[in-house]
Each structure stands twice: as C-alpha cells, then as structure tokens.
Design a protein around this ligand. Structure first.
Ligand SMILES: [Zn+2]
Ligand SMILES: [Zn+2]
Length: 314
C-alpha cells in the first residue's frame, strides 16, 4: 500500500467522495482497497494462454451464500443482470472493470459506488460450500485482482484453512487428469478432424471456462481461428442445422454404423437438412456463437445416441 500512501500525500485529502480513483494495477499489487468478501482464496488466478482455452479468469474467495459483497474500488455499475442463471455485477473503474459472480445484485446499472459499498449478496453455484468469483479486466485482458497478496512476492500471505487447501489440491489434480486424458495420440482415423486443429479441451469432466465449475464436456474443442472451413468428418446425411443459446449454430451429421457427428459454435453452415455430404466437404465456417469464449470448433461424437470420446475416432 506504500504507493497508495504516496499518492494520497501528493493529492492531499481534497479528493471528494465520488471522484473516480483509478490506480493502474501494477503487476504484483492487489487491485482496489477492499476485498469483496473476507474469505480465503479457494482457487487462484490461472489465466489461459489463449482465450478459448480452459483456465480460471479470476479468483474464488470462500463465502457462504448470502455474504454481503463489497465493491473493491469506487466506480460505476455497468452490469447487474442474470446470465445463464447466475447474477453478475460488473463495475467500471476507468479502463479497468471488476466482476463479481454469482451475486444477487442490490445495485442497478449506472449507479456510482464507493469502495466498500455493498453491491449484493453471494449466491450458490460457483464452488462447493460457496464462494465469490472475483475478476479484473482491462479491455479483453484478464488480470489478477489480488496480485501478489495471494501467497507470493512480498505481500501478506493469507494462510488457507486445511479444508480449502484440500479442495484446491483436489481441483488441481482433477484438472491435470482431465488435461492428460485429452493427450490421446491419435485415434482410429474413422473420422476426419473437421478443422485440422489440435484438441485444446478434452472430452470428459473439465472446469467450465464460462461457468467456472466442473462439468461434463460432451466433446472436444478443436483449435481453429474464426472463419476456418469446417469439413464433414465422414460421408453422411445432414440430420439437423439449428441454433440454440448454448451450442450456437449447431450441425448434426448422421453416418453409417449409428455414428453421428455434432459441430457447435459455428458462424453458420452452408448445408441443409437431408443433404448428403462427403468426407472433407466444407459444411460451414468456425465461429464463436453460443456459450463460447472465442473461436473454436466444439466437436461431439455419438454412437447410437451415446457420447463417446471423439479423440478415439480422429
Ligand atoms: Zn471462479
Ligand atoms: Zn466444447
């Protein structure tokens, strides 16, 4: 906080309440003057190297459901809404934004808040036992909202209770196992890799990049930039072309042997229901529609309606 004190000495105490105080988040320094909830860190900041990869784009602070959530710094509420069943509050602080979820908001969009003002209450659903996911962004870049106050560098080290350490270890082990499971060399080659990209998120249980919880990933995510041609994985007949809020633009192709292939999040498709397609034929373009954090192809394979690991078929 030395930097803050120097700043105040320069500015004097003439700054009026309500004046936006924007401190650039220097590396290794916690953002803001208030921790939104007092609990320990259950899951640390772990940003992915690439936007579409799994990771943790904030910190999880232990907090029972109903715990008051406080603004980390002064700012203006820009989001106070329910997204995917979870309340989200975002506060703008100059070129930085803090996000708090899942939170039942008690503020409205446009409202000015001071550091420490209660902005809502913690809702269930983010971690077992309850927690607040606290995020910090500048533009599209995710930053660590706690900087080095969490167990590194010269900041105060917060000791975790044994239960939190055990949970953090368990989550880390599960994540490592899930990533290892995606490291399948090559499968049977029955299916063509529709975009030719590597698997960035494997089939099976994973930490969901948007909902920040362990969920079943019903396919593989294949790396591909926006607009990359999507090719039919095998000869077949288009069963459906549809749009929904989770999968975005979705295509299903039926193949011989009870096999179906499912393509999600595309910009769109150039085929229609009932159309015959050949292996390798371009059927659409990669996009980021639906619940997606960046362009990629989500690819699901089913055999007689049952999910299988696509990696075994590629
Ligand atoms: Zn989280
Ligand atoms: Zn996916």
């Amino acid at each position: 906080m030395r930097m803050f004190r120097g700043f105040w000495r320069v500015m004097g105490v003439s700054l009026l309440a309500g004046v936006l105080l924007v401190m650039p988040a220097a590396p290794g320094r916690a953002f803001g003057s208030v921790r939104p909830v007092p609990g320990p860190v259950l899951r640390a900041f772990d940003p992915p190297a690439k936007d579409w990869q799994p990771g943790h784009r904030g910190v999880d602070l232990a907090a029972k459901v109903g715990t008051p959530v406080r603004a980390a710094a002064a700012g203006r509420v820009s989001v106070a809404q329910v997204i995917g069943g979870r309340g989200v509050v975002t506060i703008v602080h100059g070129d930085l934004r803090t996000t708090y979820e899942p939170v039942r908001a008690s503020v409205r969009v446009g409202q000015q808040v001071r550091a420490g003002d209660v902005i809502g209450a913690v809702q269930a659903g983010h971690c077992a036992g309850g927690c607040l996911h606290f995020g910090l962004k500048r533009g599209d870049q995710y930053l660590d909202p706690l900087g080095d106050t969490y167990g590194q560098g010269t900041g105060p080290v917060r000791l975790l209770p044994a239960s939190a350490v055990a949970l953090a270890r368990k989550l880390a082990a599960e994540r490592a196992a899930a990533l290892a499971a995606g490291d399948v060399p090559h499968g049977s080659g029955v299916l063509l890799n529709p975009v030719g990209g590597r698997i960035t998120s494997p089939f099976g249980r994973r930490f969901h990049p948007i909902f920040h919880e362990w969920r079943m990933h019903e396919g593989v995510d294949l790396q591909a930039s926006c607009g990359t041609p999507i090719r039919a994985a095998a000869n077949g007949v288009v069963r459906s072309v549809s749009y929904d809020s989770s999968g975005g633009h979705r295509l299903v192709i039926a193949h011989a042997g009870g096999l179906t292939t499912h393509y999600l999040h595309a910009q769109g498709y150039r085929v229609h229901r009932g159309q015959k397609v050949k292996r390798g034929q371009v059927v659409g373009r990669v996009g980021s529609t639906g619940w997606s954090t960046g362009c990629h192809l989500h690819f699901t394979v089913k055999v007689n309606g049952r999910l299988v690991n696509p990696a075994a078929y590629l």
